[in-house]
Each structure stands twice: as C-alpha cells, then as structure tokens.
Design a protein around this ligand. Structure first.
Ligand code: HEM
Ligand code: NAG
Ligand code: NAG
Ligand code: NAG
Ligand code: NAG
Length: 391
C-alpha cells in the first residue's frame, strides 16, 4: 500500500521540481527529494485549530449563500462524499484545495461533526495526504493546473506504479485518487461501497446499498442496514481479496464511515434515523445537499458504531496473500483502543512516510503532530504523547 506514495510523489517530482504542487503530500519522499522540493515551498505556519461551535443546534445549511455549483474540470473531488459536497456548495474552497482549519470549520458548520473527532480525522488525514509546509491538501487528486503534463519518463514511472501495485490498483476507484490511497487502504470494489467521486460513482455498488436497504431497512438506510452491510463487505473482502486488510487506522474509518450517512446526511429536523436513498444518492453521486437541508441537531461523531461492531465483531487482521486466509494482527489497535491507534499511527505510519525530516519540514510536522495529540486530549482519551522526530 505504501508503495504507491513514494512512486507517485516521485512522478510529480520528475515532472518538474519548480512546479511541485503546493497541496501535494511530501510524505514518502527521500532525503534527496525533500532537499530538492522543500526550499521551493513557502512555509505557512498553521493556525491553531478551531474550537467547538458556540451554537450547535440545527440550522439551514443549503442556503442562498452556499449555492450548488458543479465542479469544473480543474476542481478536485475525491472519495469523501461529505467533503465533495462541502466544496460544491462553497463551504470549502470550490477548487477542492483546502487547509485543515478550513475543513474543521466546514464539517462543524455544515454537518455538526464533533470538534475533537473532526480534529483527529482532519490532522491524521492531513499528515498523510497533505503538504505540511504549505498547509494545503487536495480533497481529490493532483490537478492539471498545478504543473505541466508529465514528460515521457514520468509516464514510465506511472506504468511502473501500476504494475508494482496491481493487486491494489485493480481494486481502486481509479488512478485519479492516488494521493488518498496509502493510508485509507482500499479493499475490494464492494468494500468501497459508496463512491464520493461521481466520475467513478459506481451504480452497481450503489445498487448493493439499495438492496441492503430494501432487505433490512424497508427501503431506507438505517443502523440495521449499516450493520448488515458492513458485515457483508467484510465477508466479501475476506473471500475475494487476497490482500484484504482490516487493521488500524483503516479499521476506525471503515466502521465510522458506515454510520456517517445516518448521523450526517439525515436532515437535522428528522429524528427517525432512516436515510432516504435519493438523499443518499444526492450526496454520494451528485455531491449536493437536498433542498432545504438542515444540519444534525447537536454535535455528533460516530454514534452507532458500537452496534455495528458488536453485532458482528471481528478481530483486526489481514488475509495472507490468499483469499480466506485471515490472520489476526495483535499489534493493531482495536476500536476500543484509541491511544494505541494514536501511537501506532504516529510511530509507524507517519514515521515510515517521513523517516528523517529536518528544518522547516520537521517543524511543520511537529506542529501538526501536536494538533493531532491535542485532539486526543480534547476527546478525553488520556494518551501518552509520542515524539517521533524529537521535540
Ligand atoms: C461530517 C463529516 C464527514 C462525513 C459525513 C464523511 C463521510 C464519509 C463516507 C460515508 C465515506 C465513505 C465513502 C466510500 O466508502 O467511498 C468517507 C470516505 C472518506 N472520507 Fe469522509 N466524511 C466526513 C468527514 C471527513 C473528513 C473531515 C475527512 C478528512 C479530512 C474525510 C476523509 C475521507 C476519506 C479520505 C475517505 C476515503 C476513505 C476510503 O478510502 O475508503 N472525511 N467519508
Ligand atoms: C462497479 O462495481 C462492480 C462491483 O464491484 C464492478 O464489478 C465493476 O467493474 C465496477 N464498474 C466500474 C465502471 O468500475
Ligand atoms: C440487487 O437486487 C436485484 C434484485 O434482486 C438483483 O438483480 C441485483 O443483482 C442486486 N444487485 C446487487 C449489486 O447485489
Ligand atoms: C431499520 O428498518 C427496519 C425496517 O423498517 C426496521 O425493522 C429496523 O428496526 C430499523 N432499524 C433501525 C435501527 O432503525
Ligand atoms: C456528476 O455531478 C455533476 C454535478 O452534480 C452532474 O452534472 C453530472 O451529471 C454527474 N455525472 C455523473 C456521471 O453522475
């Protein structure tokens, strides 16, 4: 999985160092590559992240100040239906190039995502997918507007990428989402049952959601549907994907994402817990709020995830290169071990992406790692802070 990052970053580098996109992740670059790239970027010291909303009651979100405008050809859209929708309504920059603080403000304002949860989600994603020096991240892929087209050697690198990672690329939503893959490892096509990017929105996969909603939710997507669908996707991946893996941090996002549509895409005035499938399609395929959409009444995060997990519990683990060869991974955090999640994410994932940062890069990483740890404190998790790059 992590193979993708360096090769993709290198490809961008080969294209032109001077045109290194300001929002592109630096994760995985070698010392030499970083030495070439970092001096070309302006260090933007990130502001402290926003705090919770003063008023978290429901309110009209699809308002006159935030009209839907379809993305243009150079606007970024990616795998997250929420961020896509926020960009298409102007709660995020419509071009899809964002800063962490901008994302936290937008997910709070328009969806009422709880502050500490939003901060952990945003900074963990940003540390992997964003550019800590410029403080920018693309919610999709690299844009053609950020640099000249790759000359022929870069095309070779791209083909190499494809060949090296065939097991993964054959299961993805398409090359356009490469920047988001190394951390949010993709599983079988069916495991990615929702497609946020309407260029790769997959009607077959959505029909699977429809079928489950018909079978378990009388035509609506509710917590029972989410529970049975999550279990089906796990079993399906187990039986069909030889490289299927379900360990932290993906474990956390995989389960949270199943309940997110219920918690955030149902109008805040509706307390039924039943998501209409046309509304769901609006978010996932068309990246738009329904008319008159009001946000959830009160801050909320992954409520319901315990039901999803406890109904069909699993142990974190992975297939061993063959289908149905799942082996437990005792080093992975479980859903009830948020501090192990934090520690291993920093010491394994981030450290492997940035083995030996120096100068402003180290400074920028440390600022963002501090924000990540602060989010665990805000969540009341009592974790011990780790410093992979010193203080
Ligand atoms: C209220 C806020 C949010 C909601 C309702 C939401 C919802 C979702 C859902 C339902 C998915 C699954 C899509 C799929 O399986 O194709 C998803 C995927 C994703 N979201 Fe969000 N999200 C929210 C906030 C965020 C934030 C703040 C970030 C990070 C900055 C983020 C990053 C992602 C990423 C990277 C994926 C792809 C995961 C994968 O590869 O499967 N989301 N989101
Ligand atoms: C859509 O998903 C189905 C089921 O996973 C898969 O067989 C099909 O190839 C996908 N279609 C596209 C266009 O990606
Ligand atoms: C959904 O159900 C219909 C009707 O039973 C079936 O024809 C179709 O193959 C199912 N689709 C998926 C993706 O399971
Ligand atoms: C989901 O919908 C089905 C069918 O109406 C219902 O039996 C079930 O209790 C619902 N589950 C939840 C959590 O609302
Ligand atoms: C993608 O979304 C845009 C904006 O909603 C819409 O105009 C277009 O028809 C959609 N394309 C597909 C294939 O769904």
């Amino acid at each position: 999985m992590f193979l993708l990052r360096p090769i993709h970053a290198l490809l961008a580098l080969i294209c032109s160092v001077n045109a290194f996109p300001a929002h592109q992740s630096l994760a995985g670059l070698t010392r030499e590559e970083l030495d070439a790239v970092v001096p070309t970027l302006n260090f933007v010291r990130p502001p402290n992240p926003p705090g919770p909303l003063a008023d978290d009651s429901t309110k009209l979100v699809n308002d006159a100040a935030h009209p839907f405008i379809p993305p243009g050809p150079n606007d970024q859209r990616g795998p997250c239906p929420a961020l896509n929708t926020l960009a298409s309504h102007g709660y995020l920059s419509r071009n899809g190039i964002v800063s962490p603080a901008e994302v936290i403000n937008a997910v709070q304002d328009a969806f009422n995502l709880e502050n500490s949860f939003a901060r952990f989600l945003v900074f963990s994603t940003f540390l992997v997918n964003g550019n800590p020096i410029t403080n920018l991240m693309s919610i999709g892929a690299k844009t053609s507007a950020t640099g000249p087209s790759p000359p022929p050697p870069a095309t070779v690198a791209g083909l190499d990428t494809h060949n090296n990672c065939e097991g993964d690329t054959s299961m993805t939503r398409g090359m356009s989402l490469l920047p988001l893959q190394p951390y949010y490892s993709l599983q079988t096509p069916l495991a990615d049952f929702f497609f946020g990017d309407n260029h790769s929105f997959n009607e077959t996969r959505f029909q699977n959601v429809v079928n489950f909603s018909n079978k378990f939710g009388a035509g609506k997507f509710n917590l029972t549907v989410a529970t049975e669908l999550r279990n089906f996707l796990f079993q399906d991946s187990l039986m069909h994907n030889p490289t299927f893996s379900m360990v932290s941090p993906r474990l956390f996002t995989a389960y949270a994402e199943t309940v997110f549509p219920i918690n955030f895409f149902i109008d805040g005035r509706d307390k039924s817990g039943q998501l209409d499938l046309n509304v769901a399609r609006g978010f996932f395929q068309h990246m738009t709020f329904p008319a008159d959409f009001h946000r959830h009444d009160g801050a909320i995060s992954n409520e319901g995830v315990d039901t999803v997990f406890n109904t069909h519990p699993i142990v974190p683990g992975a297939n061993q290169g063959r289908v149905n060869s799942y082996k437990a991974d005792p080093t992975s955090a479980t859903l009830s071990e948020p501090c192990t999640r934090y520690t291993t994410f920093v010491e394994r994932n981030i450290k492997s992406l940035y083995p030996n940062p120096t100068g402003v890069l180290k400074e920028a990483l440390n600022v963002n790692l501090q924000f990540l740890f602060d989010a665990t404190v805000a969540a009341g998790e009592n974790c011990v802070q780790v410093f992979p790059f010193g203080r």
